[in-house]
Structures are given as structure tokens and as C-alpha cells.
Design a protein around this ligand. Structure first.
Ligand SMILES: *[C@@H]1O[C@H](CO)[C@@H](O)[C@H](O)[C@H]1NC(C)=O
Ligand SMILES: *[C@@H]1O[C@H](CO)[C@@H](O)[C@H](O)[C@H]1NC(C)=O
Length: 408
């Protein structure tokens, strides 16, 4: 299903059957997992920082946490390595190799460890001559690297776009790696950053990107701050006409990692990220320290009803309907004519403010023609119960916080 959104009438969303996402059977709903970058970056000094350096030990400990602390059960299945895992040189046969001191067992052994626990392993490479941190890139070696990843048992590739050379090399590289992964015969989810790099140079053809990639980054790296979160949300809304149409089962817009459980967001801001990433049908890739995370953030990240909105099988990306008096109203059509609705209070002074939400503002495709059942999911769960089809609610929303509802 691919949907076209337009601005003439509130909630006007036209969904057409078909539409060509990457046809590899993967990412039928947005991928979920953990990715090291935002929290652990490129720390390579295991002498000074043994528990925070990029090493096999870090990933083995995260794998253990994902299983023992309910993350896998909640749906977080991909454990993903980002940049800085590589040795500074390829081996004598030009094959990639992991840093021998930080990954003494090699990636294959780590993949076995991860698979034995029911998880999947993601890895990172770059379309250009070198990765963003300066390790050997895949340019000139796409087929060989794809085969190496398949041989190791890799399940996801995050393919960055630093040091690409020309636009032609960049785009050609993203296409070639997609084909190379397919030819290995192994199911490897392909997470691209093609539009993020190419949009500086050309107009993005999202139809084509979706034919080659299972997800794609459009905007800069997220950081652990409310400022960064707002940039990503505003950027996505500003391009939503194009982005919403591109998303669907098999291919998703990626607004980057969930930073919930770190240092920079208040509780209300954490709620905003979880609510909007669910509304946006974003990949849910956490970057935090699962060995040390506060219970409230953990419960938010594992909230099954919120995750169900993100993972809804209809696979429609939600969109911003309305921006008024520093409120933002977003909605996401769900399977069976249900709807997720979020209201964010973007006024950063004062206390909670009331937002008047009425049925007439929302998607006209709602299945509840006579009686609608309303449940608030965030910031706390609350059953409003049954309303007639012309319902009206006053929602109280904290500054930089979000109320997330579902209408059935
Ligand atoms: C390779 O592509 C074909 C055709 O699009 C698809 O049917 C097949 O599932 C893909 N295989 C893998 C391993 O991705
Ligand atoms: C975009 O890509 C699709 C699929 O590759 C192609 O059919 C279409 O012609 C392209 N559109 C433009 C404007 O180039």
C-alpha cells in the first residue's frame, strides 16, 4: 500500500494498492532494535573506557540485556553495530576484517552469539571510499563486501554515504549494494542513507529509493536533545507530501534513533519521541545503555500498545494535520479503519494547555460511523470509552509533551 497525502481537505489521504517497495520480504513493518551510534559513538579506547568502547563485549552484553530484560519480547530484534568496528586495513584478499583487539572473536562468532539468543545482527559500512570515521569503505568492493556479510551471518546493513565522490558514484553505489546483497541469497535488511546525502545535489526520486532500500535516512544524525528532536520532526513534516507517499511495507523513512533513556530529554520529551516515531512509522532503533536505563523510560520503550501503532500492518506513515497556536496535531490511519492521533504542545513556557480535539478535524476514513471508542495511550493510559461519532475532547498537554490517542 502506498498513500498520497494532500493538503486541500483535512485528513485527505488516498491509498493506492501496490507500489513497489524493495521486494526481499523484509521490513514489512518498521524494523525494531538497538544501534550503538548515538550513545557510544566512535569510542575505540577500551583501555580507558572498557565498558563504553565499541567491542564485541559491548554487543554481547547488549544481546544479553535484550533477551533478559524483555526487549526482544517487546519486538526489538536487530542488534546493530555502527561505524568504528573495522580494522584500518582490508585483509590480504581484500576482505573486510573487524578490529582484532576489540573484536578478537571476529564478526561471525558474534553473529552466532546473537543468533543463539533469537536476535539478529546488523552491521555498518559506507558507499564511499572510507566510512565517516575514516575506516575502509565499500566503494569498489560492493559484491565482495556483501558476500562477506552474508558469510558472517549478518541480517541488516546500515549503509552510510560519506566520502562518496560524485553523485553518480553515490547513487550507483547504493543500487549496486542492493543488488549485491540480493545475490548473496541471504535475507539482509538494507538500511540506506541515500536521500540524506543526495538531496544536497539533486531532487530525490523516492520511488526509486524505495525500490532498492528497506529504510532510508533523510535528515542529519539525531542527538540527545530536544533541539535535535524538533529539527527531525519539523523536517519530516515539511517534506511529508513526498515522504508519506514513499513509505509502506518493505520501505520506511528513517528519522534516526530513539534516544529515550539517555541524558538530554525530559520525561515529556521522551513521550513526544515515542509517540511521534510511532505515528511516523519510523524504524524503532534505540541508542541507549540497556545495562543502565531508568524504569520509566524502559516502560515507555516497551509499551505494547504504542508499539502496535508503529507496527500497524496497514503500514501507512502518519502526518501532521494541523499546526495552530503552538500545538501540532498528527494522525496515522491504522488497519480496520482505526486511527492514532497525537497532539504536541510546542509552547515552551507555562504549564499544561488545553487542546480542543473534535472528530471533524480527523481522517474521514474512520470506521466508527456511529460510536467511537477512545483510548489515551500516552503520557498515561486512560480509557475515555465510547463517544458518538461527533466526539469532542479537551486534551491537556504539557509543554514539549505529547498526548497519544487511539480511536477505534
Ligand atoms: C532478490 O530479489 C528477488 C526479486 O526482487 C526477490 O524475489 C528475492 O526474494 C530477493 N532475494 C533476497 C535474498 O533478497
Ligand atoms: C523515478 O523512479 C522510477 C522507478 O525507478 C521511474 O519509473 C520514474 O521514471 C522516476 N521518475 C523520475 C521523475 O525520474
Amino acid at each position: 500500500m502506498r498513500c498520497v497525502w494532500w493538503t486541500l481537505a483535512a485528513g485527505a489521504l488516498l491509498c493506492l494498492p501496490g507500489g513497489a517497495g524493495l521486494d526481499n520480504g523484509l521490513a514489512r513493518t518498521p524494523p525494531m532494535g538497538w544501534l550503538h551510534w548515538e550513545r557510544f559513538m566512535c569510542e575505540t579506547d577500551c583501555g580507558k573506557n572498557p565498558s563504553g568502547c565499541i567491542s564485541e563485549q559491548l554487543f554481547m552484553q547488549m544481546a544479553d540485556m535484550m533477551v533478559s530484560n524483555g526487549w526482544l519480547k517487546a519486538g526489538y530484534r536487530y542488534l546493530c553495530i555502527d561505524d568504528c568496528w573495522l580494522a584500518t586495513q582490508r585483509d590480504e584478499n581484500n576482505r573486510l576484517q573487524a578490529d582484532p583487539t576489540r573484536f578478537p572473536g571476529g564478526i561471525k562468532k558474534l553473529a552466532d552469539y546473537v543468533h543463539a539468543r533469537g536476535l539478529l545482527l546488523g552491521i555498518y559500512q559506507d558507499v564511499g571510499k572510507a566510512t565517516c570515521a575514516g575506516y575502509p569503505g565499500s566503494q569498489g568492493f560492493y559484491e565482495l563486501d556483501a558476500q562477506t556479510f552474508a558469510d558472517w551471518g549478518i541480517d541488516l546493513l546500515k549503509f552510510d554515504g560519506c566520502n562518496y565522490g560524485t553523485l553518480e558514484l553515490l547513487e550507483d553505489g547504493y543500487r549496486r549494494m542492493s543488488i549485491a546483497l540480493n545475490r548473496t541469497g541471504r535475507n539482509i535488511l538494507y538500511s540506506c542513507e541515500w536521500p540524506l546525502y543526495a538531496r544536497r545535489l539533486t531532487k530525490i526520486n523516492y520511488t526509486e529509493v524505495a525500490e532498492y532500500c528497506n529504510s532510508w535516512r533523510n535528515f542529519d544524525d539525531i542527538e540527545d536533545s530536544w533541539t535535535s528532536l524538533k529539527y527531525v520532526i519539523d523536517f519530516t513534516a515539511s517534506l511529508q507530501g513526498e515522504l508519506v507517499a514513499a513509505a509502506g511495507p518493505g520501505g520506511w523513512n528513517d528519522p534516526d534513533m530513539l534516544v529515550i533513556g539517555n541524558f538530554g530529554l525530559s520525561w515529556d520529551q521522551e513521550v513526544t519521541q515515542m509517540a511521534l516515531w510511532s505515528i511516523m512509522a519510523a524504524p524503532l532503533l534505540m541508542s541507549n545503555d540497556l545495562r543502565d536505563i531508568n524504569p520509566r523510560s524502559k516502560a515507555l520503550l516497551q509499551d505494547q500498545e504504542v508499539i502496535a501503532i508503529n507496527q500497524d500492518p496497514l503500514g501507512v506513515q502518519g502526518y501532521r494535520l494541523l499546526k495552530i497556536q503552538s500545538f501540532e496535531l498528527w494522525e496515522k490511519p491504522l488497519a480496520g479503519g482505526s486511527l492514532a492521533v497525537s497532539v504536541t504542545n510546542r509552547q515552551e513556557i507555562g504549564g499544561a494547555r488545553l487542546f480542543p480535539l473534535s472528530r471533524a478535524m480527523l481522517w474521514q476514513g474512520l470506521a466508527c460511523k456511529k460510536t467511537c471508542y477512545l483510548t489515551q495511550l500516552l503520557p498515561t493510559r486512560y480509557e475515555y470509552g465510547s463517544f458518538n461519532a461527533t466526539f469532542f475532547l479537551q486534551l491537556s498537554v504539557n509543554p514539549s509533551g505529547t498526548v497519544l490517542l487511539r480511536v477505534d
